[in-house]
Design a protein around this ligand. Structure first.
Ligand code: 3PG
Length: 210
């Protein structure tokens, strides 16, 4: 599971975090992101349309791996498996979710924001973790100070990351990739401006590690 996650997250410096109100846009959006060089995306389970959006991309845009994000409850893991998602992401961790994840075939990226949380996740077998909410919790400087004591953990920081600060995170040895919603602005989705989104994706892909 760890290796699979490593491959999915390592494919690009930025994983787009998508909040979709309408499953109709899922396929053209995924195609636009892929045209810009993105092959792994996260669809958050914050909207009714989320699982339908995942299913459509799984069926119609095979070249893009979809993960489900904002997983808070055990039953969402079962639905994620059935939807064809390749991985799951959570803003944090909870005893119930961790127990359910032991029975889930998908690799997961649970969240941590303190050394104690990060250590508890390592004990549960998670060497890849989402660092959330990245900017508010202390940003790249905070994450940098975990390199020495907790060097074996690979983080995917998310929350408040944009093209200006993404490079600070990507330069750290404990960052696998960053996550962010900026690649798919609501207005661009509403307008069906796929060229704009393709451009944002290309720009993000070029934020190579220093
Ligand atoms: C997440 O769930 O990871 C965040 O909502 C994404 O954060 P951003 O919108 O600040 O990029």
């Amino acid at each position: 599971k760890t290796e699979e996650l490593e491959t999915l997250l390592g494919a690009q410096p930025v994983v787009p975090v998508l909040i979709l109100d309408d499953a109709e846009v899922a396929v053209p959006l995924a195609r636009a992101l892929h045209a810009g060089g993105i092959s792994t995306i996260e669809i958050t389970l914050r909207t009714e349309a989320a699982f339908e959006a995942v299913r459509r991309i799984v069926e119609e845009v095979e070249e893009v791996a979809v993960g489900v994000g904002t997983v808070l409850a055990p039953d969402q893991l079962e639905r994620a498996e059935r939807s064809g998602a390749r991985f799951w992401v959570s803003p944090g961790m909870s005893p119930q979710l961790l127990e359910a994840a032991r029975h889930c075939v998908l690799p997961g990226l649970p969240g941590s924001a303190t050394p104690s949380e990060a250590m508890a996740l390592v004990e549960a077998g998670y060497h890849h973790q989402k660092f959330f909410p990245a900017e508010a919790a202390g940003g790249a400087a905070y994450l940098k100070s975990l390199v020495s004591p907790l060097g074996e953990i690979r983080f995917c920081p998310t929350g408040g990351i944009n093209p200006t600060n993404a490079g600070d995170y990507l330069a750290l040895p404990n960052v696998a990739c960053v996550g962010g919603s900026w690649l798919a602005p609501k207005e661009a989705i509403a307008a069906g401006d796929w060229a704009k989104i393709e451009g944002l994706a290309r720009e993000a892909v070029n934020l190579r590690k220093a």
